[in-house]
Design a protein around this ligand. Structure first.
Ligand SMILES: C[S@@+](CC[C@H](N)C(=O)[O-])C[C@H]1O[C@@H](n2cnc3c(N)ncnc32)[C@H](O)[C@@H]1O
Length: 223
């Protein structure tokens, strides 16, 4: 008899979750037991693949940072430009599995895209990652958004164009992270111009994380 109010409470909770999901358009976070299983599977995949990423993939410290930014801020609508074989996507997707979000990620190279799909499957994260094959110069400006987290890691001399295309679709409070902003090399001029541009934007609060391959981390503070 005392079970009735509990059952009604549980029913109301489920209804509330279903309503929240319908309104937000993103999925609910995995529930406790399922989340623990997923965590084990992702960790096992990342451990097994440590040191074996060969396609310009982010270092582990940067992947962990991307994951932690999403968790800390409860982000749910993520975009990645430059999937490669999916190392950063896996860190981002893992965080989104916990917040109830989803990642859209774009890659132009078919072999890398296919390998990324296989990696997402092996890590158990396919449901949280929408991987698209195509030219980000075309696909990214066409994305509707809004986003609350963006990771830019494709062709460096296009970084500024990506930022200009995506910034209006980044929610206030959202975060835009760019990879390799301290790297030396042939695109150094474009990199310097990009970093100067980032710091010139009054609505962004930008810091540079130099622990890994150099990431600018920009929070959008106003429209
Ligand atoms: C540095 S790698 C990305 C690494 C990935 N974030 C990771 O950690 O696994 C950059 C990727 O961007 C892709 N790329 C370059 N230009 C592109 C474009 N115009 N559209 C989509 N992808 C592009 C490259 O093929 C390459 O796989």
């Amino acid at each position: 008899m005392t079970k009735l109010p509990q059952a009604r409470g549980a029913g109301l909770l489920i209804l509330a979750v279903v309503a929240a999901v319908a309104v937000s358009g993103v999925g609910p976070p995995a529930i406790a037991g399922a989340q623990e299983d997923l965590d084990r599977r992702v960790r096992a995949f990342l451990d097994a693949s440590r040191g074996r990423w060969r396609d310009l993939n982010v270092p582990v410290v940067d992947g962990q940072t991307l994951h932690d930014i999403i968790i800390k801020n409860g982000y749910t609508r993520a975009l990645e430009i430059g999937t490669s074989t999916g190392h950063s996507s896996i860190w981002i997707g893992w965080a989104l599995a916990k917040t109830g979000g989803k990642l859209v990620t774009v890659e132009i190279d078919e072999r890398r895209h296919r390998q990324a799909l296989a990696n997402f499957e092996a890590a158990g994260l396919s449901a949280f990652i929408d991987a698209r094959l195509g030219d980000a110069h075309v696909l990214v400006p066409a994305l509707k958004g809004p986003f609350d987290f963006v990771f830019s890691d494709a062709d460096k001399d296009w970084y500024k164009n990506y930022l200009i295309a995506v910034l209006p679709k980044l929610e206030v409070g959202g975060c835009y992270v760019t990879h390799n902003v301290t790297a030396r090399g042939r695109w150094r001029g474009a990199r310097d111009e990009y970093v100067d541009y980032l710091f010139s934007l009054r609505n962004l609060e930008t810091t540079i994380d130099t622990r890994g391959a150099g990431m600018s981390i920009s929070y959008k503070r106003s429209a």
